[in-house]
Structure formats: C-alpha cells, structure tokens
Write a protein that binds this ligand. Sequence first.
Ligand SMILES: Cc1cc2nc3c(=O)[nH]c(=O)nc-3n(C[C@H](O)[C@H](O)[C@H](O)COP(=O)(O)O)c2cc1C
Ligand code: SF4
Ligand code: SF4
Length: 449
Amino acid sequence: MADLSINFAGIKSPNPFWLASAPPTNTGYQVMKAFDAGWGGAVWKTLAVPVINTSSRYGSVNYKDKRMVGFNNIELISDRPVADNLREIEEVKKRFTDSAVIASLMFQTREEWHRIVRDVENAGADGIELNFGCPHGMCERGMGSAVGQEPKVLQTIVEWVMEVAKIPVIVKLTPNITDITQPAIAAKAGGANAISLINTIQSLVGVDIDNFVPYPIVDGKSTNGGYCGPAVKPVALNMVKNCAQIPGFNLPISGIGGIETWRDAVEFMLLGSGSVQIATAVMHYGFGIIRELTSGLNNYLDEKGFASVNEIVGKAVPNVTSWENLNLKYEVKAEIHEEKCIECQLCYTACEDGAHQAIGLREGSRIPYIIKENCVGCNLCSLVCPSEGCITMERVDDGSQHLTWKQMTAAGDIPTDFNDPRAGGLLHHANPTEQAFVTKRPLHYEAKV
Ligand SMILES: Cc1cc2nc3c(=O)[nH]c(=O)nc-3n(C[C@H](O)[C@H](O)[C@H](O)COP(=O)(O)O)c2cc1C
Ligand code: SF4
Ligand code: SF4
C-alpha cells in the first residue's frame, strides 16, 4: 500500500485530500465529522469581518441526467463570529492532532491581519490560507478578488502576514484574471510558503426566462456569482499547470476546482498539485466520498508502482508545451472497429457537418467507414461516438520525422502563401460547393492531391 501522507509546505496531513474553504468547513461539528470519515485536512470557512448573507444564494447548471455539473454561489465568507470559529478550531485540533486545519482569512488593515494571524496560531491551526479570491460581495469592500487581481496589493498583504506568521502561509488565487502567473509570482515575492487555486470563476449560471431574472434570485434581482464544480476543472488544471511551469517558482501548489473523483485528483497532482481541495463534490455527495478518493488513489499508485503520493506530483508538467513545439509530422487517422458499432451514425453527421467530410456510408449498411485520405485526425468522431473503443485514433506516420513550427521558423522555412504545398489547407479535401444541396451525392469524393 502506497504512502498517502504529505508534507505540504510544512503542513503535515495523512492524505492529500483537504476540504476547501466552503460550507462543509463552516463549523467544528462538520470538520470533526470529516476528519472522522478520513479527510486529511480542512481549510476552514473564511474568517473575516461581519457579513450578511442573502437568501437564496446558490445556482446550478444541470446537464441531462447529471445535476450540479456547474455550481454557482453568491455566498460571502463565514458569518459566524470569529471567536466561535477560533474556539472550534482549538477543539478540533485537540481531538484530531494528525489532521491538518488551515485557517482561511480575509481582513483589511495590517493590524487586523497581525491580530488574526496570532489568534489562529494560538488556536492551534497548522497553516493559514489567505483568501484573495472571492469574486462577489467582498471585492466590493476592497477584499477577496479585488486584492487577488492586483499583484502589488496582494504582495503587500502577504508581506504583512509574513511579518508575524509562524505557521505556513498559502495564498489562494482568483482565476478572474488574464495571467494567473502574475499573482502567483507576487505571492512568492511577498514571502508566501505556497499557493492554492482556483477560487470560483465569475459567472451567471442561467436566467429565469419567465420572470427575466438570472439565478439565484433574491427578491426579483440577481448578481454575478462564483462558478465551481466539475465544469471548472479544465480551467483549474490549466491554471495549476501555468503556475507549476513558472521558471524557478518551486512553491507547493494546492489544486482546487471541480475535483469529484480520485482520477480528477490524480490529474491535478500530475500537473503539480501537492495537495487537493474539494468543495462542491462534498456539498453534493457528503464527506463519505473520501473513501473512494483514498482507495482509488491507493490502487492507482500501487498499480503504477509508486511508493508515495509525492512521486506523482508534477509528473505531467514537462509534457505540456506551447503549440509551436508540437510535432507537425505526427499523424493520426480515425479507425472504426465495426464489431463495436451500434450504427447510430453520430460520427457520420459530426464529420460531415462539423469536420472534414471524411466519413462515408455504404449502400445497404448503417456502419460508416473512414475515408482515410480525407481524415485530418481531428478526433471529433471518436469523441462523439457513444460506443467505447469503437472509434480509435491510429498513428499513421512512421515516427521517423519530428518537425515543429518553432524549428521551421528558426530555419526560415515556414510557408508564406497558400500555394506552398506545406501550407496546411492545400492538400485537404473539400467537397465541391455545388454539391451542397444535391441529395444523391457520390458516396465519397476523391481527395484533391
Ligand atoms: C458555497 C461556496 C462557498 C465558498 N466559500 C468560500 C470561502 O468562504 N472562502 C474561500 O476561500 N473559498 C470559498 N469557496 C470556494 C471553494 O473553496 C473552491 O475554491 C471552489 O468552490 C472550487 O472548488 P470546487 O469546484 O471543488 O467547489 C466557496 C465555494 C462554494 C461553492
Ligand atoms: S458513432 Fe460510433 S457507434 Fe455510432 S455509427 Fe459511428 S462508429 Fe458506429
Ligand atoms: S478524425 Fe475528424 S476528420 Fe477524421 S473522420 Fe473523424 S471527424 Fe472526420
């Protein structure tokens, strides 16, 4: 059995799974239940100045049979008194000495920051997370994403915190910014011990089309909220990767955003996350998902022959490069495995109308076939095909050649007009325009070579 324990910037935790700062970490009661169920750590619901929350406050994107594919909230930080939270942090830490409690904080003045940092340390917190991410309500008061979007202000506040902090400090970043590396670099310049990302993405999840108000509705009005849940995972993965690739950065990263399964968590780790945090999935399914998360991660590590979770952190980072470094000589084409085909013809329609007219139909058969010479290897048919493994993408070049756009540019050897045979589109097949409305077309057109 692999070792799941981590030491994240000095914060020790029996496994890399932490509850993100959100309603599941609102009280000592909940955090104790979570630790009892097996969670490695919990980032407490953000402590701050007094706030008033609205009713209602959540919205959801449901997709077909899956509810809460995307989740949106206009909730603020903790509305419970700081003193109650501090007392409960202390109670939790007395009972669960090995599980990590990280106090999430959002304050304004230097004096306030100094006081709260000392208070949470005295309460026994193992670490601190600075919430510079909240995209609604708090930014209007000069906190949350208002700080996270201003690297200089962020750096100054981190410096204030580091003046007194004796426990590790994590800076939580907002994704509502063009270049996520700027606040990450500012956090490091301010002396932070780690970063976490992402907080929620500014959003409107939908509109009540009968009453003309977006969701969630508060007495006939709405406001932008923060988007999270499975739908945000690709955005979060990309931002985690961007931070992991900052030259010389070397700060631990806690990955957050849309994690629901052990596989999601592994993906975040492979792209550089030393711990992962989860909010929406726990709000949806409860603390019990930790069993699947830990056993799934354990099995994965065992099967791959890794002795500890630390061995996979960042393993996929070197394999993400800029487009100009991709091998333009690598070529794949679609292949249909007829024995798995359920004859739905979704691939045919997708390629015919949405790609390169590289799938044909034979008289008397519903099983499509690939017109190899027209196929550009875009993957679309394999993505729409509902039968697992029915369409695979097969390599057709012999692997002997490697040429990138960057190499071509460096050699002064890039196509500069469309008649150049190396220019991408020239050899690609296009059906004759006049055939667009002809119902009895040939089964397929010859490729133009
Ligand atoms: C209802 C709700 C309240 C949240 N409150 C906080 C908060 O107080 N502080 C904070 O740093 N992040 C807060 N978040 C953001 C989460 O910690 C997390 O960054 C985000 O939801 C993405 O993770 P997920 O996709 O697992 O939910 C909140 C999220 C939700 C859904
Ligand atoms: S989408 Fe897949 S299952 Fe459907 S016709 Fe095409 S190959 Fe067959
Ligand atoms: S990979 Fe793209 S171009 Fe090739 S058959 Fe499939 S959809 Fe058409």
